[in-house]
Design a protein around this ligand. Structure first.
Ligand code: FMN
Length: 178
């Protein structure tokens, strides 16, 4: 897939086939993220690949967190995602560096999603509040004093590719200055 096709056809995927992604392919996809631009070469991204035991535990955290919901259905929402990878960013002391490190980690996520897409693998970037709970940090072995979880990526082969949500035309978001 060329870059133009990848950029325009990429979609956030919500429904996945049950098949898991081979570990070698996942490594190839995540390794693409290492080539994201990052100011001062801080390489601030960290990836936590979630195994089956932690996946089940995270589904339990999610279900418990959803107030008033049917717990089994809520847990199934997480269990139906074939593979979870948490992305965190190291927390620099300097406020501007922290901001730039977050930006760099987001660049890495975009590259990862495009790389996955080019291999036929879909992804949803979840920033659901449950990704920020202390229980979630514990399960991910993530020290909140050192790293911030910026999302959990759900990977799998798409069962359905949504229609592209519309975008504002360029002229609405662009100005030219003399
Ligand atoms: C920082 C960030 C957080 C996001 N969090 C969520 C999320 O929690 N749940 C979700 O379904 N999609 C999430 N998305 C994906 C957007 O909803 C999605 O990109 C948007 O609807 C446009 O769809 P597209 O990616 O198919 O073009 C997030 C995207 C970004 C950049």
């Amino acid at each position: 897939m060329n870059i133009e096709d990848a950029i325009f056809s990429r979609r956030t995927i919500h429904r996945f086939k049950p098949e898991v992604i081979e570990p070698g392919l996942l490594d190839e996809i995540l390794a693409a993220g290492l080539w994201a631009q990052n100011h001062r070469l801080t390489q601030p991204w960290r990836f936590t690949v979630v195994g089956p035991e932690t996946h089940r535990a995270l589904a339990g955290v999610y279900a418990a967190f959803k107030p008033g919901s049917n717990r089994d259905a809520a847990a199934e929402k997480i269990l139906s995602k074939p593979l979870l990878v948490a992305v965190s960013v190291t927390l620099a002391q300097d406020a501007q560096q922290r901001r730039e490190d977050y930006a760099a980690a987001c660049c890495a996520v975009q590259i990862i999603q495009l790389m996955a897409w080019s291999r036929g693998v879909g992804m949803q970037w979840s920033t659901s509040p449950f990704t920020r709970l202390p229980e979630t940090y514990d399960l991910l072995h993530c020290n909140p004093e050192k790293e911030e979880v910026i999302g959990i990526l759900f990977f799998g082969y798409p069962a359905e590719v949504p229609a592209p949500p519309s975008r504002k035309p360029l002229h609405e978001v662009m100005r030219r200055v003399p």
